[in-house]
Design a protein around this ligand. Sequence first.
Ligand code: ARG
Length: 464
Amino acid sequence: MDLRSGRFDGQMTDKAASFSSSIEFDKRIFDADIKCNKAHTTMLMEQGIIPKVAGEKILKALDKLNNEGISALNLDPSFEDIHMALEDYVTREIGDEAGFMHTGKSRNDQVATDIRLTLKEEIISTMQNVKNFINTILDMAENNESTLFIAYTHLQHAQPTTFGHHLMSYANLLLRDYQRFEDALKRVDMNPLGSAALTTTGFPIDRLRTTELLGFSKVMENSIDGVSNRDFIAEAIFDYAMLSSTLGKFSEEIVIWSTYEFGIVECSNEYSSTSSIMPQKKNPDIAELARGKSTIAYGELMTVLSIIKAIPHSYNRDLQEITPHLWNAVDTSNDILEIVHGMVSTLTFNKDRASKLAGANFSTVTELADVMVRECKLPFRSAHKIVGRLVSDCIKNNLTAIDITSEMIDNISNEIINKPLNLNNEIVNKALDPLENVKSRTVIGGCAPEAVDREINSLRKIIN
Ligand code: ARG
């Protein structure tokens, strides 16, 4: 089957042929290309555009190819792409009548259709995997609603929370990742087939029928738009990049938490490596690689946006360069998702260490300042000043939060606001207790076990 013989004498150089061939990464759209050709051929027959006998032979050959798989194609790069290799197969099977298949169809609308069909399946499968990961996190959070944990700002001790509360921040982030895919799907799930090269065709094709046969939600209303635009790809890559970012952040925290200094979690052996020289080492290589690989989708997004920028309407061959970057972003992000899900669900959490850290380094004193506002009707700024001085004095005298007494508070308040606060020691101790701190934060989004429990239940309802 030779596409060139009509227009040209002579072939491309081998270098030019392999430079321009998309065969290698077109393998990804093999199944979709069969579906697309079957739907188009069926519609052509139904509309009486091609002879029924020829159409039936074409459909039979396509079914045969579907059974035999991609290895039945001649994937020589002298075929520009999979569409030509597929037509070559059908021609070898049934002879010249195969040529009817390309009536009112172009590779331009065909490739756009194939990518959309394939990407749709990819996104649906990624969404399912994100959902599974969210469910794992919800179960872990439920088991850790009262497990003390330290929350950081600036990577410095900030306030006590629970491991459940911290985990739920990831569940919410992943929920938005999920919803972004759900939203992008609306713009991927559109049928460009029938746009043909760029202006449709004079044949009375039925684009709604192919839309139905291919299971698309809607038809693309403008044929130039149909063949030219890859905004749906940039949007999908962004969503994969954002998912990667979520997973990279989680991985980064696991790297930090698993250091000797933090000692909050330990990765299971299945997700750890050792050193070739230091026999004692247990390294979180999988988390590090997940963090490192999470940048790949960002790069692919920039590449695709750069290719899209300023190519004129309608089809330009540059568009072919976009697709491999899409699949690389999809595959890398899916790999990271699978590995991070496995790593997180097999983490060992050190409750004693986390509980010790939760109350250390004056993490509870925001609550002490709040108590002064509540009990003594002190403006928060004054309370902040008194407690700041208190912490500074404690550090000078080698004391910790549990050593703070009502008397110490009054000495400072006498100096700063010229009066004692007369808080009793029971109130002071309660304010400085990490678990009591946590329990007091019952408002929406708070870290109190009951608030986290509500959050878990509401997210469970949304996701399932
Ligand atoms: N391999 C091409 C792509 O991926 C298919 C369309 C080719 N169209 C053309 N006019 N050469 O974009």
